[in-house]
Design a binder for this molecule. Structure first.
Ligand code: SAM
Length: 222
């Protein structure tokens, strides 16, 4: 099947099941103003993140990679009034666009966007020793995945859920000799998950408006 058919089915699912209000639509469209246009999750994926949060009963969410805050809006709405989202973003430009989108979506009061390399920001969060996070979405630079998983394990608790995006990379993930650092970042984090007895996980391939990709869902059991 073609990319065109995948896109049509995604559009049909989104039209049928995933209505976006104006704030979500504008957040998605403003991705074009960021340093990485089109890199946000698709609407049906954003809603999946929100539903996983709700199913897990998550009140505190950590996100690696904010971009324009499209996924952040989904997550912030999922945690509800009493919840909180911390989102880590390298680029000040993207963080500014995201903050504006979060304000328009009515969730600015429950989200902190922290600017800087996510590994540094996460280290500071660990040092601060705040309440553990219930749900983590890892979606920043892919070579950083192993470090982001390690930090997430310092910042979560048994029962927490961790989702890692973009683990298929058009099928390149199966190539152990890939020279692409992003592929190696995915392969390393998958190996780390497999060798960590605290973690149960599965990975799914997806096709759709974002092409051929996929994600890992992890539950921390202890
Ligand atoms: N989660 C967003 C969404 O679905 O709407 C998309 C995030 S986009 C795929 C990746 C983001 O990670 C970009 O905004 C990029 O600037 C950011 N990023 C890249 N390297 C980073 C780093 N070292 N630390 C923090 N953020 C980083």
């Amino acid at each position: 099947q073609s990319d065109e058919a995948w896109r049509e089915v995604d559009a049909y699912f989104a039209d049928t099941l995933v209505p976006e209000d104006r704030a979500l639509r504008e957040a998605r469209e403003s991705g074009g103003l960021t340093t990485m246009p089109q890199a946000e999750v698709a609407p049906n994926q954003g809603k999946l993140l929100a539903m996983l949060c709700r199913i897990a009963g998550a009140a505190r969410v950590l996100e690696f990679g904010t971009l324009a805050g499209y996924s952040t809006v989904w997550l912030a709405r999922a945690v509800g009034d009493g919840g909180h989202v911390t989102s880590l973003e390298l680029e000040e430009r993207n963080a500014g666009i995201a903050r504006e989108n979060l304000r328009r979506a009515g969730v600015a009061d429950r989200v902190d966007v922290i600017v800087g390399p996510a590994a540094d920001s996460a280290r500071r969060l660990i040092e601060e020793g705040g309440e553990p996070y219930d749900f983590v979405f890892i979606d920043a630079d892919k070579p950083g995945n192993p470090a982001y998983l390690a930090a997430s394990l310092e910042l979560t608790q048994p029962g927490s859920v961790i989702v890692i995006d973009n683990v298929v990379r058009n099928g390149a993930v199966t190539d152990p000799a890939s020279p692409d650092e992003r592929v190696q970042g995915v392969r390393r984090v998958l190996a780390d998950i497999a060798h960590d007895a605290r973690l149960e996980a599965t990975a799914l391939q997806t096709v759709g408006s974002k092409g051929w990709d996929g994600f890992v869902v992890i539950r921390r059991s202890r």
